[in-house]
Design a protein around this ligand. Sequence first.
Ligand code: GLN
Length: 451
Amino acid sequence: AHLDRIGAVDGDVHAFLHTDSELSLAAAEEIDRRRAAGEQLHALAGVPLAVKDVIVTNDMPTTSGSRILEGWRPPYDATVMTKVRAAGLVPIGKTNMDEFAMGSSTEHSAYGPTRNPWDLERIPGGSGGGSAAAVAAFEAPLALGSDTGGSIRQPAHLTGTVGVKPTYGGVSRYGAIALASSLDQIGPCSRTVLDSALLHDVIAGHDPRDSTSLTDPWPSMAEAARRGDVKGLRIGVVSQLSGEGFQPGVLERFREAVAALESAGAEIVEVSLPSLEYAISAYYLIMPAEASSNLAKFDSVRFGLRVNPPGGGTVEDVMSATREVGFGAEAKRRIILGTYALSAGYYDAYYGSAQKVRTLVQRDFAAAFAQADVLVSPTAPTTAFRLGEKTEDPMAMYLGDIATIPANLAGIPGMSVPVGLAAEDGLPVGLQLLAPAREDAQLYRVGAVVE
Ligand code: GLN
């Protein structure tokens, strides 16, 4: 049914970069056989799963939305893929994304944009617009995404779906093509809080192949989602993220959701994150700095595309001809920015200062979590904008990340949960929930109350 649905709507939505119906049906039939043989299977066995193309898969190509990896077939599975296959989930395809997960609209994909199923003239968010659109358009009930600065949560907000960025280190990054290694985190996307919780439980846990993977045991997210209560919880409204700069219809739905939490028994307090005004600047130095280093491996020798300059040339000529053609404008912009910020003489002024701001943001969160168990804000300042509206103005695009990037800088978990439609344009609005590191279960507990 999901493959049929993809056939019917994906020509318009373009959530998928790759599907392989034979492969998916074979995997689904295998689950049917095992179930018929009386085997006790996982609750999600047989459920189709869309996979962001930043995650490597040993049976499907992986491009990370880039021309430079066109046609590349990874020789291995990411740890999350090993885990979802073991649980019996059925991967049904790879989803579109901004090139190397750089962007907020999916317009930076080398393979053309994904469109928002709510309004095909609008963007579905990014970088994981493909995963969110696939779920919103009923092409898949579940998806995997990656969140470096909001790429799971912001598309969820813009498409009326649930998206979760787990605690940094909570889900293995082995086999996730790195954008910014100290910020990246894989997480679930779905139409309900419980669905994300079930997938989260499958992918979480220690992985010796990821040196930043936490060794802590995790409580059941599904149990927290089923419990769904806020009794005795203090919910902190972030003052910097609940007023100026936010679309009125977004704020209206946000305030309603806060009121609903209060009537469900939560105590509402106001908290301040004073360093937030520097967070975007810090993020857009740290992220490109790490990206410039991570993308250096795409050198035309080890992976994907190779472009030979006319008349031959040195190995460096081949690398530069390949990178010229293989990377899009946004990837180049960030490689240049990151390389500059890390260069000798500028390190302290840029990268060093950004790291100090990162520490301040972490301290702000520590102080806020002394006053509140869970923090709330709108997930992003506006509803979905029109295709092309911000492509010429990278700064305008970056500013939309104000509510999501602090969680990545601090390593804490975050969720976006749909809370209705904005009155002025009828487009979805998401409530963002943030919890202290390792308290991911609290997000599911609270999220289940407001969805
Ligand atoms: N908008 C953010 C950026 O462009 C999103 C990155 C992400 O989470 N992958 O960097």
